[in-house]
Design a protein around this ligand. Structure first.
Ligand SMILES: Cc1ncc(COP(=O)(O)O)c(C=O)c1O
Length: 345
């Protein structure tokens, strides 16, 4: 089966399994797990921040950051309307942090600094206080699109000049850095906090890192405890995260080449339409002509040819390339799509 549902399906590499077996561990709630401490330092250094915090998932990392940036009552968070934090995190912001949400539409997930400026609330007793701007890079639902350093900076300037903090959901930040030819630290430079995942394109089995200033991470550690995310001898999983950051970043370029190859082939298939401009990293999102069938019908047909992918809307399919997908797998996936078009659904 060629599994293009997500880069989260990647399994730990042999080097990760070896590192996990040999990991030195301790009780991390006491700060005594040397492997976790090493991973947190490494992640913070790679992103140019003072400190890091290992968390079980991207969702928990984002929610910890929102809890840490906000103060619990009558505050508002600005987000792009298709942001993962808004669409896929079970309204955590409202449930946990008690925040109101202001969403803004943005083509390709690229928020406009002027629109963000307009969305920041004036000081008025009727309004919530705008406390936080959340960005996403790469943008998942926009199809893996990247946000440049200059746009990140411009957005951050607008927010910070109004006293609004900036959090970056960088679940796939290393994909963005690879595609833009910049370092992850350059992309993280303009923002106050970042969550990035080890368990997606970087193939670790579990975990994300939150990075930011030392005081921010100190408070984030408390919020992790609040959510039940204080783990004990979790160095056994952090060890895989170290391998993810040291061995799995450079190869992301292959995933992007594979996505491009897949996207260009899909552009030639008439029941499908794709905006190739959005194929910038490892995600290929495309629409199915309703006269041909629905996304679930196309996916059922593809599965019979040994290919799996996910529907993201009734008419939209998402395919994600990753470390376990070879060039041959991409050719086979293209063959399966062509066969589906020939046979119908
Ligand atoms: C942009 C983005 N943020 C956050 C997450 C959440 O990560 P997790 O699945 O580890 O909770 C994802 C997962 O797909 C994502 O794509």
């Amino acid at each position: 089966m060629i599994d293009l549902r997500s880069d989260t399906v990647t399994k730990p590499t042999p080097a990760m399994r070896q590192a996990m077996a040999n990991a030195e561990v301790g009780d991390d709630v006491y700060g005594e797990d040397p492997t976790i401490n090493r991973l947190e330092e490494l992640g913070a250094t790679m992103l140019g921040k003072e400190a890091g915090l290992f968390v079980p998932s991207g969702t928990m990392g984002n929610q910890i950051c929102i809890l840490t940036h906000t103060n619990g009552r009558s505050e508002e968070v600005i987000l792009e309307e298709e942001a993962h934090i808004y669409v896929y995190e079970v309204a955590g912001m409202a449930v946990l942090a008690g925040c109101s949400v202001k969403t803004l539409p943005a083509p390709h997930g690229q928020l406009d600094p002027a629109a963000v400026g307009d969305a920041i609330r004036a000081d008025n007793i009727h309004f919530p206080r705008t406390r936080l701007l959340c960005l996403e890079n790469t943008h998942n639902r926009a199809g893996g699109t990247v946000m440049s350093v200059s746009r990140t900076q411009a957005l951050s300037d607008v927010a910070r000049s109004a006293g609004v903090a900036v959090h970056l959901d960088g679940a796939r930040l290393f994909n963005a850095a690879t595609a833009l030819g910049v370092s992850a630290a350059e992309l993280a430079g303009p923002v106050d906090s970042v969550q990035f995942c080890l368990s997606k394109g970087l193939s670790a089995p579990v975990g994300s890192l939150v990075v930011g200033s030392k005081p921010f991470i100190g408070e984030a550690r408390r919020m992790r405890k609040l959510l039940g995310g204080g783990m004990r001898q979790a160095g056994v999983i952090a060890a895989a995260g170290i391998v993810a950051l040291t061995e799995m970043v450079e190869r992301l370029v292959e995933d992007h080449e594979h996505a491009r190859q897949l996207g260009e082939a899909i552009a030639e298939m008439s029941p499908f339409s794709i905006d190739l401009e959005t194929v910038q990293t490892n995600i290929v999102a495309f629409n199915v002509d309703p006269a041909f069938g629905t996304a679930p019908e196309v996916l059922d047909a593809l599965q019979r040819f040994g290919v799996r992918a996910n529907p993201v809307r009734p008419e939209r399919i998402r395919m994600v390339t990753h470390a376990e997908i070879s060039r041959e797998d991409i050719s086979r996936a293209i063959d399966a799509l062509q066969e589906t078009v020939r046979q119908g659904v």
